[in-house]
Design a protein around this ligand. Structure first.
Ligand code: MCA
Ligand code: AMP
Length: 505
């Protein structure tokens, strides 16, 4: 049997292919027949260009229906899809291209000139563009071809995608996700979240991360139903379109912004089947404020790029604030100490997980991969957790030095390396501080060579070209020295305590 994710999803498409798959904010609809034809054309084009199964296809484009169809076309042709955040700068993209060596790069028309140079240097054979409407050289070439209906035979273990996640060393790692990883998550979540005929998912997430690309999109396709497809999260647009939806997935910032809007009422949300949250901790106060306003409990789940979804609060039974629920039915989790010894109920340690959702390893980093797995196959998530007497998992912190801002991960080391390289800087420490909208915001404590060596504006200008906007510190604190312990290690907890009220009152 062909285990290609696209083959498994297409078996679930409605037999009447004239049913809607995407509804645009202006009411324009695309049906499943169109999806299949476009995916088939993109697959035919990849084959015609000589992109072989297993070769990487890197994509940095705006969100559009054609971007989704191209993702499906890559699956269909057996290519390995490599999505990149649209906020990444040229220097960030350059690293991914050199590391992943894609056969094809799809970028925005405005990036074509600057990126062609680095793509050619990285040996990329085919460079195409796609604009925010999904048009450009790639679509034009695909439209000249007849749709292919051949779906490349793939096994569960074959790669479907590579998603880069930054590392504690500052160097990004490509998490290799297989067809089996993605399909296990898609079908399990489809089942446990009670997907049904007539569901309409309100999609306002970006499509370059697991959440918006795999969790929201694949579950919808596995259901053969439709999504309202917003280019980005805009609270007024979400409220305007909410009456047409039955479920929504978002990061906590989405729910914080909805609650801040007076038109988000019990009546406005009464028809909704479920609101799902993840990618960052949902504050208990948000959970309770949401329940008070709407009478509904947000369903919080937990996952990561390397694992897709790991745990979820139940759809039918009690959803508990401050918890991420139970392991998915086909996933095992445990809490262990640093040596890998199992801990008991309510004991705090590092969460480990094993199951068909866990990635195959980091692209061309076997040593790094080996470090993150126990000998019995459990993946060490780096999240600090406990499991209570009822089996609910609580994420209580992170062992990894990671900031999550509005659902985007920021690794301090990467920012520190860029700040430290600026003129007039001795060293820096990057921390996450509580922020009312983003949950956490990036801030940096900086030691200068002399008080007049540099200032905030100069420093920010210097680092802007190298780092995506969401990674830039929202505040800089100039200090005479960084607090260190007797071992010389920077005391980030002390810095976080000193500046904890910088964004909140
Ligand atoms: C944008 N900016 C941000 C963020 N987003 N700064 C900090 N944190 C952010 N998340 C900055 C921009 O650089 C810009 O700065 C300014 O804010 C306005 O940009 P804009 O795009 O207008 O912002 P926004 O539309 O308000 O975006 C906020 C957002 C968005 C809606 C929360 O960040 C978002 O959609 N986040 C979702 C991320 C996500 O999908 N995560 C899933 C990955 P300036 O004005 O200075 O230029 S995690 C995952 O997949 C795992 C597996 C999981 O568990 O789900
Ligand atoms: P990413 O690498 O972008 O996939 O981010 C994964 C990380 O996001 C996890 O390791 C957690 O630290 C965090 N995360 C995701 N969902 C939740 C959640 N519901 N609660 C707390 N942290 C979460």
């Amino acid at each position: 049997m062909n285990r290609n994710l696209y083959s498994l999803l297409s078996e679930r498409f409605p037999s009447d292919r004239s049913q809607t798959v995407l509804e645009m904010p202006d009411g324009n609809r695309h049906d499943y027949a169109h999806l299949e034809a476009m995916a088939g054309r993109y697959a035919a084009l990849l084959r015609k260009l000589g992109v072989r199964p297993g070769e990487r296809v890197a994509v940095q484009t705006e969100k559009s229906p054609n971007a989704i169809y191209f993702y499906l076309g890559c699956l269909q042709a057996g290519a390995v899809y490599l999505p990149l955040n649209t906020a990444y700068t040229k220097s960030e993209v350059s690293y991914f291209l050199e590391d992943a060596e894609p056969a094809l790069l799809l970028c925005r028309p405005e990036s074509l000139a600057p990126i062609t140079e680095i793509a050619e240097a990285a040996g990329v054979s085919h460079i195409h563009s796609m604009d925010a409407q999904g048009n450009g050289s790639l679509t034009a070439a695909a439209l000249e071809l007849a749709p292919s209906s051949d779906i490349e035979p793939r096994a569960d273990d074959d790669l479907a995608a590579i998603l880069y996640t930054s590392g504690t060393t500052g160097r990004s790692k490509g998490a290799m996700l297989t067809h089996g990883n993605l399909s296990s998550n898609a079908f399990t979540l489809h089942r446990i979240w009670g997907f049904r005929e007539g569901d309409v998912l309100l999609h306002a997430l970006p499509i370059f991360h697991v959440h918006g690309l795999f969790i929201a999109t694949n579950t919808t396709l596995a259901n053969g139903s439709s999504m309202i497809f917003l280019p980005r999260f805009d609270v007024d647009e979400v409220l305007r379109l909410l009456p047409k939806a039955t479920l929504m997935m978002g990061v906590p910032t989405f729910y914080v912004r909805l609650l801040a809007h007076p038109e988000f009422t019990r009546e406005a949300s009464a028809h909704m089947r479920v609101f799902i949250s993840g990618s960052a901790p949902l504050l208990e106060e948000t959970f309770y404020a949401f329940e008070e306003r709407t009478g509904q409990r947000i369903l919080e789940r937990y996952g990561m790029t390397e694992a897709g979804m790991i745990t979820s609060n139940p759809y039918e039974a009690e959803r508990r604030a401050g918890t991420v629920g139970f392991p998915l039915p086909d996933v095992e989790v445990r809490v262990a100490d640093n040596e890998g010894r199992m801990l008991g109920t309510n004991e705090i340690g590092v969460l480990e997980a094993k199951g068909p959702n866990i990635f195959k390893g980091y692209w061309r980093m076997p040593e790094k991969t080996a470090e993150e797995f126990r000998p019995d196959g459990f993946f060490i998530t780096g999240d600090i957790a406990k499991i209570d007497e009822r089996g609910y998992v609580h994420i209580v912190g992170r062992a990894k030095d990671l900031i999550i801002s509005g659902g985007y991960n920021v690794y301090p080391k990467e920012i520190e390396l860029v700040i430290d390289a600026q003129p007039g800087v001795v060293e820096s420490a990057v921390i996450g501080l509580p922020h009312p909208d983003f949950g956490e915001a990036v801030a940096a404590a900086v030691v200068r060579t002399a008080p007049d060596a540099t200032d905030e504006a100069t420093l920010l200008t210097g680092i802007k070209g190298e780092l995506a906007g969401f990674k830039l510190p929202k505040k800089l604190f100039f200090v005479n020295e960084l607090p260190r312990n007797t071992m010389g290690k920077v005391q980030k907890a002390q810095l976080r305590e000193s500046y904890k009220n910088a964004f909140v009152t």
